[in-house]
Design a protein around this ligand. Structure first.
Ligand code: NAD
Length: 429
């Protein structure tokens, strides 16, 4: 049992803190966002993440998990301090490390004893070195060790991913830190990869950039499939059976979005540029990703001919299913483009509508799929929520004003859509 604090109670910090508590540790989750902490202290989970609500309740009840805005207390009541604050992109594409730097200053000014500071946010290589410099510069002779422990959980399956990871990566220098981290993660029975600190930092950026590359690769293939009348779904299936390639992340669509891939690829490209290496492959990955959204908008425009005054039903707003996260969701760019041409947008998303409102204030939010599709001139699918795949397509068609369906996620069978009389336009087939 360890005393842990997690600074930053967002998608990563809240899940990590809760899961550490579930493993039997005493955990304090700290955040500067008073509203978030108040909501957690009132038993309300501020994010949608399957299974998280129950786990928080259980561990708060067992007195292993608490929430505070008091960073001083969080720091001094713990031996291991995890940094899980945001590292958003700057205009230049570089990671904005100001939140991380601020937390480092705060830890060093509050800590009254030596601590192990574990960097969990996704950061460019050499950040831990800088954190250690800040910690030791501002402290009163107290020593800190900084460990890199990148997080690989995915929103939508975060609890499961955290509790059953493919691997845990730990970059550290001392035997003491290694032992602490080994003991902490032992109950997960997952492989723990111990490396030097810089390699651990690169593992995270390299992993996300590789996955983004797989997505852009299959989107590139999809573009050829469209030109020659092949089916990218079949191509991906045929490729995916090869164990060296694998089926995951070979899904053509409107490109990757969310709070991680776009910013992590940009940050990786930036840090490479900074060190004199032009990672041109990744720049192409970014270019293909951007083009997927633009090409999809063009498909909508050409199928409607005139967009102005048309009512477009949109199903799915979050950047992927099973999350309410709207950060860099393709829906934002696509809907903004259609609205700027004079389209009326009626949208439905099973969980992301509240979080979507600040990003998309001028659309009509609907109760369900059928309300969104009522009298619509086209239906556009932007997120592959499982419930959309099971929708009553006959009923949907009756509700619409036309038969046009543009599917950015390839969720329907082409032959069936044709049989039902839809003008069905998807990606790469
Ligand atoms: P988030 O925006 O949901 O949460 C960050 C939290 O940090 C916010 O609640 C914010 O109020 C808080 N914060 C900022 N400054 C603070 C301070 N000085 N003291 C205390 N709290 C402070 O972000 P997130 O999605 O949880 O991501 C956090 C990090 O983890 C990022 O680096 C991200 O790239 C990485 N990551 C995210 C995911 C994911 O799926 N979201 C997965 C793996 C890694």
């Amino acid at each position: 049992m360890k005393n842990i604090s997690v600074i930053g109670t967002g998608y990563v910090g809240l899940v990590a803190g809760t899961c550490f508590a579930e493993l039997g540790n005493n955990v304090i989750c700290a955040d500067v966002d008073l509203k978030k902490i108040e909501s957690l202290n009132n038993g309300i989970c501020p994010i949608y993440e399957p299974g998280l609500d129950e786990l928080i309740g259980k561990n708060v009840k067992a007195k292993r998990l608490s929430f505070t805005t008091d960073l001083d207390k969080a720091v001094n009541d713990s031996d291991l301090i995890f940094i899980a604050v945001g590292t958003p992109p700057k205009e230049s594409g570089e990671a904005d490390l100001s939140y991380v730097e601020r937390v480092a200053r705060q830890i060093s000014s509050f800590a009254k004893k030596p601590k192990i500071v574990v960097e969990k946010s996704t950061v460019p290589v050499e950040t831990c070195e800088k954190i250690e410099t800040v910690l030791n510069r501002n402290s009163n002779g107290i020593s800190f060790e900084v460990v890199s422990n990148p997080e690989f959980l995915r929103e939508g399956t975060a609890v499961e991913d955290f509790m059953k990871p493919d691997r845990v990566v730990v970059g550290c220098r001392s035997e003491h830190a290694k032992k602490e981290m080994e003991e902490l993660y032992a109950p997960l029975k997952a492989p723990i990869i111990f490396t030097d600190v810089k390699s651990a930092e690169i593992i995270k950026h390299a992993s996300n950039s590789f996955l983004a590359t797989k997505i852009s690769f299959i989107n590139g293939v999809a573009n050829l499939c469209e030109q020659v009348g092949a089916d990218v779904e079949k191509v991906a299936e045929g490729m995916g059976y090869d164990k060296r390639i694998g089926r995951s992340f070979l899904y053509a669509g409107i490109g990757y979005g969310g709070s991680c891939f776009p910013k992590d690829v940009s940050a990786f490209v930036s840090i490479c540029d900074k060190h004199g290496y032009d990672f041109a492959l990744l720049k192409e990955v970014q270019k293909i990703n951007k083009l997927q959204r633009i090409n999809f908008i063009k498909k909508i425009e050409s199928s409607l001919w005139v967009v102005k005054g048309k009512t477009i039903a949109v199903l799915g707003l979050s950047f992927k299913p099973n999350t309410d996260d709207m950060r860099d969701a393709p829906s934002i760019d696509i809907i903004n483009a259609l609205q700027s041409e004079g389209a009326v947008i009626k949208a439905f998303d099973p969980v992301a509508m509240e979080k979507a409102k600040p990003f998309l204030p001028k659309i009509q939010y609907c109760r369900d799929e059928f309300e969104a599709c009522a009298k619509a001139d086209a239906l556009v699918i932007l997120t592959e929520w499982p419930r959309f795949k099971k929708i009553d397509l006959k009923k949907l068609k009756q509700a619409m004003n036309s038969n046009i369906v543009l599917d950015g996620r390839n969720i329907f069978d082409q032959a069936e859509m044709k049989k039902l009389g839809f003008n069905y336009i998807s990606i790469g087939r």
